[in-house]
Write a protein that binds this ligand. Structure first.
Ligand code: ATP
Ligand code: MG
Length: 363
């Protein structure tokens, strides 16, 4: 069976370091591994509109920002197919048919939908499109016959729901759709990077992000103002590293090589953590190190982005070509789906022959 990747991001803002460690970095590694037959990377504008219906300009503006962030991180259009969701009408059609296989109560039980409804204060006024977005995500994944979906932890319930739809579809209409596997980051800290405010998730919608394209001064300000252990008041005090965002970020980013380069008094993160726990290590020192590490990670990304920014029409060209390729793949799946569901009237010669025989026999 072909090995196919599908993943994507909502164009609701520029991409941040949570996206980077949770999914983007891995995607680039997978792309360069040469182990995959096809890679589809989707800018999910239609999904972004489900909770931004009154703000189409925001979504429109951010499509190019996300594309620039992709290219800056090393996604290569020669190896990965970058496309825009709304340009593939087959995805909407698949969503409509999958809706018949999912109950309202099942959607209500989806933990990510639940928490996102709460986060957006949608409790009493959920747009239907937003409520059903797990179904549209199942359409996105299955349209490309994806076997592997590299995402952050918040997407786990979506993948579960997608698998259920695949199983249900195949059992009702015959083997047609491919069941995908989620690919989560190996590093625990990258599953769900917290915000700089200490909130559980760095998220564009919460405004607690360090963006990949952010300038060095602004990154430094954000890092130096980050949340730490609230009980670590004086340098001598013992500190807590668990759930301390500064240490979670170091878990996500700090390699031994960064210690050798920026903080040679310590060999590795374990030594630094031990010192913090014992007391005698100030937050400022740790934050300065974290700032150096993040600056080192983001500098090459920012530089590449600046190069791509010089030719915006070329970026749209990449997305247009990618969307054409993606549409061809989705059209093939849709045709298989319609045939399995017996709604392919004009291609089904047998059906036409059978129906005409019925009336001729009656004569
Ligand atoms: P929005 O607030 O509009 O939902 P978002 O910041 O949550 O935006 P998405 O576009 O929903 O970003 O997510 C894109 C991908 O990045 C998904 O695979 C998601 O799991 C991953 N991701 C998002 N935020 C984080 C995070 N803080 N840590 C790890 N992975 C993340
Ligand atoms: Mg999200």
């Amino acid at each position: 069976m072909a090995k196919i990747i599908l993943t994507g991001d909502r164009p609701t803002g520029k991409l941040h370091v949570g996206h980077y460690v949770g999914s983007l970095k891995r995607r680039v590694e997978l792309q360069n591994s040469g182990n995959f037959d096809k890679i589809f990377i989707m800018i999910a504008d239609a999904q972004a509109l489900t909770d931004n219906a009154e703000n189409p300009e925001k979504v429109r503006q951010n499509v190019i920002e996300v594309a620039l962030d992709y290219l800056a991180c090393g996604l290569d259009p020669a190896k990965s197919n970058l496309f825009i969701q709304s340009q593939i009408p087959e995805l909407t059609e698949l969503t409509f048919y999958y809706m018949d296989l999912v109950t309202v109560s099942r959607l209500q039980r989806n933990p990510t939908v639940k928490s996102e409804i709460q986060m957006r204060n949608f409790e009493t006024s959920i747009p239907v499109g937003f409520f059903t977005y797990p179904i549209s995500q199942a359409a996105d994944i299955t349209a490309f016959k994806a076997t592997t979906v590299p995402v952050g932890e918040d997407q786990e319930p979506m993948l579960e729901q997608c698998k259920e739809i695949v199983r249900k579809f195949n059992s009702v209409y015959g083997d047609t759709l491919t069941e995908p596997e989620i690919l989560l980051p190996d590093n625990q800290a990258c599953l769900r990077l917290p915000g700089i405010d200490g909130k559980a998730k760095m998220s564009k919608s919460l405004g607690n992000c360090i963006y990949l394209s952010e300038d060095p001064d602004s990154i430094k300000k954000k890092v130096m103002s980050m949340f730490t252990d609230p009980n670590h008041l004086r340098v001598e005090d013992p500190g807590k590293v668990e759930d301390n965002p500064v240490f979670v970020y170091l878990d996500a980013f700090a390699t031994d090589a960064y210690f050798a380069e920026f903080l040679p008094d310590y060999q590795n993160l374990d030594e630094l953590k031990d010192h913090y726990r014992r007391g005698g290590l100030g937050d400022v020192k740790v934050k300065k190190f974290l700032n150096n590490v993040i600056q080192a990670e983001l500098e090459p990304i920012r530089k590449r982005r600046q190069e791509y920014q010089k030719d915006i029409p070329y970026i749209y060209e990449i997305l247009k070509k990618g969307s054409e390729t993606a549409e061809a793949a989705a059209a093939q799946t849709l045709s298989e789906v319609k045939s399995a569901m017996k709604i392919n009237y004009f291609e089904d010669k047998e059906l036409i022959a059978m129906q005409s025989a019925k009336y001729h026999d009656a004569e």
